[in-house]
Design a protein around this ligand. Structure first.
Ligand code: T1G
Ligand code: NAD
Length: 708
């Protein structure tokens, strides 16, 4: 049995404890250990019943996701391999009660549902989150859950993947009892109660009265499918999960399990599950920074300040307040301060109206924000985030002032999106305390935080920033200090290609639709309109001297700006905007401008396919990503993937640009890039690292592994 599962007893009650830290995943050895315990309980006449409980911080977080790669390639096409164990638990002659604390997720909930009864700590959560990994429950979750909770709830949980708290689970019938004091004591008492009453084991698979009738069920499934198509655009797992629950209502338990296994296998074999699992581990991998010792001191951020109450400053201030950190918000003038505060207040009010926050919560957050026109109170701040206009001279001036008023070990962070962090740091006497905290708009919503390390930034400041990102509920990714950092540097060639495609013959809305249909949250031209076309225009003008004049230059964006068409804020850009909040409207005037510009430049317009749109734009991301990786500005390929999924609306089920390239095959991507170079010129020169990996038949994932 080993030590993964231990069997102890409290007189006539057996206690099966799982010890597989950190989350008691069902790794090899755990199911076998539970099965062996169940067998020995049934062979021991002195034992009358049993409790199954998790050691440490949780019950069971599910199947071991690390084993999925081998499960995917295994010849043995079963479900998650747990079905025999669950049948053994359910067939036990002696009652077994699952005692749940922490999380019973995926295979964990499936194990619990195979037990005869369930008791949960009030703080526990249960769920079938598999769809978030691109799969569905694979150990009869879709068959047992509707038998306990009814069809509606089962569909919601299996197709949506969101967890349910203990008291909801109790109301739904998933849990039979809520523990009042100590969970194990409560569970043992529960088993004794069952034995005293002479209750025989109750098998979930035999409970059929919550399976509903055909007419009501069909309405539930239809509604669920419609909602999944909308909220989980392009994803196959939620629809498969609905099919599997539907099978529970139409087939016998055994046949239903077989159907679930088929659907599980289809999902497991899909690129979508590869992509989503890559993102699951990637989100955790990015927090590990090679070369920075675990024991590096992390500054406890108890008080913060933000300079600049514009678009970004306001959102950043809200992020701090939402994390419960008191924050001073400093502006240059009363007018801008009032405007900034009013926007923050409006945002909180909207959240209250939409039921996201209570009024009390919003008021508490507002009360953590101290507006100011001076640096009063900065001297005891642990961090200051600068979010003033994007201009080097202004930033330097602000940092020189901060240098005077802040305590020596305060972190001084800049939200700059384009400027050199080292140059900003040089305006202080303590460049080691200076770092980039590149938030994304809207900063209170977007989860990405690019953390830009300057050449002098101390390990302590980096470690503090990474820990702080978590506290702010962001995903912090450490990047190097190059122009545009990682995300925007890659976005430039991506948007460039979108514009070239338009010049070559695609319509604006056709480019955006191809990428939206592929899974991007928004098309690149609509993003341009949202962010403001003037931003890129100003940057292009500022850096014109650095551009290679022999490279093709997009023609239309500058012309739009010259006409004052900056995007949504001016009511027109690549599209027209009639009402705020209403979508973009294709603009024949822009189409004409594009055609004229193309003609002047001697471009022969042609038919362009959605496939070409995807390859040209996405491979532009991949090629630049490979350069960034080789130059060391991103630590790993997966860091780039996380940046794109959390900051740029890249579809998680494609795994991020680098993982997507791996899935397509680096050979194929490289060959296309070489084709593009022949046709479109030097901006498509393939990145040396891409060439190398493609030549070796390797992948970015292998590149990451080799450097661990
Ligand atoms: N398998 C393997 N490793 C796991 C894991 C799992 N299921 N869950 C977590 N880890 C690792 C994680 O990578 C990290 O590792 C460490 O544990 C701590 O996690 C048969 C097919 C449980 C709520 O989808 O939602 O069951 O980085 O940092 O914030 O039908 O982890 O330290 O090396 O996230 O306290 C379904 C996924 C599987 C649950 C804990 N289960 N996990 O959050 O810690 S599929 C899930 C979570 C399945 C069945 C199907 C969260 C958590 P490292 P953490 P946390
Ligand atoms: P903004 O124009 O909305 O806000 C800037 C604010 O700074 C203004 O309210 C201005 O009054 C204030 N300010 C100027 N000088 C000041 C001073 N000395 N003291 C206090 N306040 C001062 O600009 P924004 O879009 O919020 O951008 C701010 C920074 O964030 C820029 O560096 C920008 O590059 C970066 N950024 C912007 C975005 C975005 O999408 N807008 C995204 C990421 C990063």
């Amino acid at each position: 049995m080993g030590e993964l599962v231990s069997l102890t007893r409290q007189s006539e009650i057996a206690i099966i404890t799982i010890n597989n830290p950190p989350v008691n995943a069902l790794s090899p050895g755990v199911p076998e250990g539970i099965a062996a315990s169940v067998e020995s309980i049934n062979n021991d006449d002195s034992i009358k019943g049993a409790v199954l409980i998790g050691g440490g911080r949780t019950f069971i977080a599910g199947a071991d996701i690390k084993t999925f790669e081998s499960l995917r390639s295994s010849e043995n096409r079963r479900g998650a391999g747990l079905l025999p164990l669950l049948t053994a638990i359910e067939d036990s002659q002696k009652p077994i009660v699952a005692a749940i604390h922490g999380t019973a997720f995926g295979g964990g909930l499936e194990v619990a549902m195979a037990c005869h009864y369930r008791i949960a700590a009030p703080s526990a959560q249960v769920g079938q989150p598999e769809v978030k990994l691109g799969i569905i429950p694979g150990a009869a979750g879709t068959q047992r859950l509707p038998r306990l909770a009814g069809v509606q709830k089962a569909v919601e949980m299996c197709a949506g993947g969101n967890p349910v708290g203990a008291s909801d689970a109790f109301k739904a019938g998933i849990v039979d009892k809520l523990a009042e004091g100590d969970l194990l004591e409560g569970a043992v008492a529960f088993v004794r109660e069952l034995i005293a009453k002479g209750e025989s084991p109750r098998r979930t698979r035999d409970l059929n009265d919550k399976l509903g009738d055909a007419a009501a069920n069909s309405a539930i499934f239809e509604a669920a499918r419609a909602s999944a198509r909308k909220t989980a655009r392009g994803l196959i797992a939620p629809l498969a999960a609905i099919d599997a629950v539907e099978a529970a209502t139409r087939l016998s338990f055994e046949e239903g399990c077989r159907r679930e296994t088929e659907l599980f296998q289809q999902c497991l074999q899909s690129d979508q599950s590869r992509g989503l699992i890559h993102i699951f581990f990637g989100e955790r991998a990015v927090s590990k920074i090679p070369g920075i010792a675990k024991e590096t001191r992390v500054i406890d951020i108890k008080k913060a300040a933000v300079v600049g109450a514009g678009t970004m400053g306001g959102g950043i201030t809200m992020s701090y307040a939402n994390a419960g950190i008191p924050v001073i918000l400093k502006e240059a003038s009363q007018e801008f301060l009032d405007r900034g505060l009013a926007t923050i207040k409006k945002n909180y009010d909207t959240s209250v109206k939409r039921g996201r926050f209570t009024r009390e919560y919003a008021d508490q957050r507002m009360a953590l924000i101290t507006p100011s026109l001076t640096y009063d109170g900065f001297s005891d701040c642990d961090i200051v985030v600068e979010a003033v206009f994007e201009g080097m001279e202004l930033k330097k001036q602000v940092f020189a002032e901060l240098d005077k008023v802040c305590k020596p070990d305060a972190v001084l962070a800049s939200n700059t999106s384009t400027l050199n962090v080292d140059e900003i740091a040089a305006s202080t006497s303590r460049p080691k305390q200076v770092i980039g905290h590149h938030f994304f708009s809207p900063a209170n919503v977007m989860r990405l935080l690019e953390i830009v390390r300057g050449k002098a930034t101390s390990d302590e400041v980096i470690a503090t920033s990474m820990a702080l990102a978590k506290k702010l509920k962001k995903v912090g990714v450490l990047v190097g200090n190059c122009r545009g950092f990682v995300g925007n540097r890659m976005f430039a060639p991506y948007q460039r290609e979108a514009q070239f495609l338009v010049e070559e013959g695609a319509r604006v809305e056709q480019v955006d639709a191809a990428l939206y249909d592929w899974g991007m949250a928004m098309g690149p031209l609509a993003v341009g309109d949202l962010a403001g076309l003037d931003v890129g225009w100003r940057i292009r003008k500022e850096y014109k001297h650095l551009e290679d004049p022999s490279l093709r230059y997009p023609l239309v964006a500058d012309r739009l700006c010259e006409q004052g068409r900056y995007g949504q804020k001016t009511g027109s850009g690549w599209y027209r905007y009639e009402d705020r909040g209403k979508g973009p409207i294709p603009d024949p005037g822009v189409q004409k401008l594009i055609e004229e510009s193309a003609e002047e430049a001697g471009i022969t317009r042609r038919e362009i396919t959605p496939d070409e749109i995807i390859e040209r734009t996405i491979y532009a991301l991949v090629n630049e990503g490979a350069r960034i990786l080789e130059e060391g500005f991103a630590l790993r390929a997966v860091d780039i993937d996380i940046i794109y999924v959390y900051g740029y609306g890249f579809p998680a089920h494609r795994g991020g640009p680098m993982c997507y390239a791996d899935i397509v095959g680096l050979n194929k991507v490289y060959d296309r890039i070489c084709d593009f170079e022949r046709v479109h010129g030097a901006q498509w020169a393939p990145a040396p690292l891409l060439k190398k990996l493609a030549g070796e038949g390797s992948t970015f994932a292998e590149y990451d592994r080799a450097r661990q």
